[in-house]
Design a protein around this ligand. Structure first.
Ligand SMILES: Nc1ncnc2c1ncn2[C@@H]1O[C@H](COP(=O)(O)OP(=O)(O)O)[C@@H](O)[C@H]1O
Ligand SMILES: [Mg+2]
Length: 474
């Protein structure tokens, strides 16, 4: 069996990738029947559809497989576009996983298969070659050394090992992955960062560099923020990689404790699937805790989150909410405030009422300049949080997201109901099947959802309301 170092020159000539999602499968973890491996968020490819990657794990190994049209003899990827040649995506995925299964047993036994830079080329069923992907060096060059992270408390560093890396994606847009300590497989942790798979998926578009900066910023923010019970504790461990045969570690991610009780979004889905209403006391507690996390973020830490939504609150062992995902880089379309569409500038100004009294208000100015140029369509963060220098505006943006999150929880909205939503204003906040929700709670939510930020309830007022509402229950 051949193990060679192969320069992969063809990749460099590929079109910049803009919609790898065309080949990406749904996020899921599946054990393929009779195969000794699992697949999680496992298939991605290039726009030209001439290369497809698939990632699988099992037997303590996570392996990236590559299929290229020009080296494939046609029995895995048909000779023309996979999209055109397979009747549908499930058939394409089935063909790829069968091809992986035909080589998995042999190649997962090889010692090299555990190296962080290895990729296995599959030529046809049962025919493969393992190689050390030279792009791994580009990946390492992009990452930052430990001393470039400005963190207040000491963080230990451990080397990345595919052996403990199960590659079970926990969902979300990025690389949030369940891992375990090599010495203690039962001790689960969460890896968040930029693994080699994420790099292979994003480097053509230039987003890999951006991901590194997002990771740095979120790690520093989480590490330097004053603690709060409803906010995720900072990471204690950095994960590092280095070039093969070199010993200059750079940071590719960090490890967080794993919270096995899932997210608030998951709890809503679970209750709906069981046809149950979540008890009001629990709803009151969770609304109060969401607001408490946000009040701390703005009033004590003097920063913002930007992506407040039920999927970014996870539950601790006592069913308390913990706000995660401190990337500050994008907002979800279903919870974003209407004014953060990237076209508005906000400032706080003095305004005079008709009776002559003067007060402060926010003034929003629509960008009126010439059409923007040189802006890639897929720049991350295209929901535009452009009000960083106006804390009052960012508080009110976040009050809107809090209002939407509370509405989703109180009404118990089904996630499926939001499929196809492209603009936050397309959502109509009704109270169907919500007779159990007190009317003053509904009014409080509606106060947070006012389209004009100047009419919206303030963060302090909604926090005070929710604290009183929760205390009244206890
Ligand atoms: N420490 C954790 N414990 C358990 N689940 C987690 C943890 N961190 C993240 N998750 C799960 O993974 C999902 C994605 O993580 P998140 O940090 O929100 O990444 P993304 O930036 O991709 O949204 C979350 O919605 C949550 O369900
Ligand atoms: Mg998230």
């Amino acid at each position: 069996m051949e193990t060679t170092a192969t320069a992969f020159s063809r990749r460099a000539t590929l079109q910049p990738d803009r919609s790898l999602s065309s080949l990406r499968s749904k996020q899921c973890i599946r054990k393929a029947p009779n195969f000794n491996f699992y697949a999680s968020v496992p298939i991605w490819g290039d726009d030209a559809e001439s290369i497809v990657f698939a990632q699988a794990f099992g037997k303590g190994r996570t392996i990236v497989f590559r299929f290229s049209l020009d080296s494939n003899d046609g029995d895995v990827l048909p000779p023309c576009s996979p999209q055109a040649s397979f009747p549908d995506r499930p058939s394409m995925r089935a063909a790829l996983w069968s091809a992986v299964a035909s080589v998995w047993h042999e190649c997962s036994e090889l010692p090299d298969a555990g190296d962080p830079d290895t990729v296995v080329d599959i030529f046809s069923y049962g025919s493969w070659k393992i190689y050390h992907e030279t792009l791994f060096n580009n990946y390492v060059d992009l990452l930052l050394p430990l001393d470039e992270f400005s963190v207040q408390h000491p963080i230990e560093a451990i080397g990345f090992k595919r052996a403990w890396y199960d590659a079970i994606s926990l969902g979300g847009r990025g690389c949030t992955t369940l891992v375990h300590h090599a010495s203690d497989p039962g001790h689960k942790l969460v890896f968040k960062g930029i693994d080699f798979r994420t790099f292979l998926d994003t480097y053509e578009s230039g987003h890999a560099q951006e991901e590194v900066m997002i990771f740095k910023r979120s790690t520093e923010l989480a590490s330097n923020m004053p603690r709060h019970p409803n906010i995720l504790l900072p990471p204690r461990t950095f994960v590092t990689v280095s070039r093969p045969a070199a010993n200059t570690p750079v940071v590719c991610g960090s490890l967080y404790p794993f919270y096995p009780n899932g997210s608030l979004a998951g709890k809503i889905e679970e209750s709906n699937a069981a046809g149950k209403r979540i008890p009001l006391l629990l709803k009151a507690k969770w609304c109060h805790q969401m607001a408490a996390a946000l009040a701390h973020t703005h009033f004590v830490a003097r920063t913002y989150h930007m992506d407040v939504k039920p999927g970014n609150f996870i539950l601790d062992e006592d069913s308390n909410l913990v706000l995660i995902d401190w990337e500050q880089f994008d907002a979800s379309v279903t919870t974003a405030a209407p004014e953060i569409d990237g076209t508005w500038d906000a400032e706080e100004v003095q305004v005079q009422a008709a009776d002559g009294t003067s007060s402060k208000a926010l003034r929003y100015t629509k960008y009126q300049g010439p059409e923007r140029r040189n802006m890639p369509d897929t720049t991350p963060g295209d929901n535009g949080w452009n009000q960083e220098d106006c804390p009052k505006a960012s508080k009110l943006d976040e009050v809107f997201s809090l209002g939407r999150s509370m509405w989703m929880l109180l009404r118990q909205c089904d996630k499926d109901g939001f499929e196809g939503i492209e603009n936050t204003e397309d959502i109509v906040e009704d109270w169907t099947s919500s007779d159990d929700i007190p009317s003053d709670w509904k009014e409080a939510v509606e106060g947070c959802l006012k389209r004009d930020p100047n009419d919206r309830t303030s963060l302090q007022d909604i926090y005070d309301f929710l604290e009183a509402a929760f205390e009244a229950f206890e």
